[in-house]
Design a protein around this ligand. Sequence first.
Ligand code: SOE
Length: 378
Amino acid sequence: MAKKPLNIGMIGYGFMGKAHTNAWTTANRFFELEHQPVLKAICARNADAAQTFADNWGYESVETDWKALVARDDIDAVDVCVPNNLHKDIAIACAEAGKMVLCEKPLAINAQDGEVMCQAIEKAGVPNMVWYNYRRIPAVTFAKHIIDTGDLGKVFHYRANFLQDWTISSDLPQGGAALWRLDAKAAGSGVTGDLLAHCIDTAIWLNGSISNVSAMTETFVKERMHNETGKVEPVGIDDACAFLCRFDNGSLGVFESTRYARGHKALYTFEINCEHGSLRWDLHDLNRLEYFSHRDEGTVRGWRSIHVSDGDHPYLGNWWVPGLCLGYEHSFVHQVADFLKSLETGEPAGPTFRDALETQKVCDAVLASGKSGSWTNV
Ligand code: SOE
């Protein structure tokens, strides 16, 4: 049967642009889907760089103004891969133009903007999704399947870390195309919106809503040269953040993120401890899920290290033969596959903008609590 073309317009072409483009081109080859993504246009301010990206990845055309891309009749879905402060205007314009929108995480620079974006998207009734990719690493999806059976019983604890070490040098500037994550005006926040947002999205998905938080934040390097102004300017982002929280189900959460954990490049880990068992996962060993079941017979009871690579594990039946590994990029491929499937079924693929707004609200509460030093309701 002929596939239905789905014309993609991508705005931005940083490393996320590559991860998303790879997913748009790969999903259809491994998953049976009615739609065939077509790389219609890439948009970036620098025409030469955009053309080089288009030539390398196979985009049919180039735009240098995102408004021109959104106005095009031949674009069905817009993939927003730009710094966080630009998400709102682009997403709203896309919604008003009746385009589907896939937005890079976090949804917005704060929940207030996120709410306006949700309203625009919902008013237009367009399919939408936010790229919280880690949900779709098969071992993480498998954790969700185990939790949803209810076999683990009552949940007591959830803890997560996201540790990096790339901003320790005070010589590193802030701002501009490569370092906008260090510029509060472009990013909204530091590790809270960039890294903890991933941990919060996964946590809410696995363990339900978070009701209140108590956080501490720190900015270790207080001033950095700004790439756009050429001047030394105050640093407005949180370099590190740790928070405690309560989930609606009564369990307790502990979260930590920093870009100052020397030796850690992208160590995302989570663990959930329940009445009858525990699960833990580590991005550096992403194909494994560790599972302790207290129901196992006593003398052989212990942590199982499950290599999530068998044909009946989530998504794996669509890939290689059992036992072979998947990587970081596959989480994006799975997200595209689920999004395209959702167009067939009419059942939204999460996280939708509304789901991501919940994460944004937790981030806002964390940052507010970090400032006030008090417990803060989400
Ligand atoms: C920052 O270094 C970063 O690239 C985040 O922006 C991503 O969302 C995260 O997945 C890895 O780290």
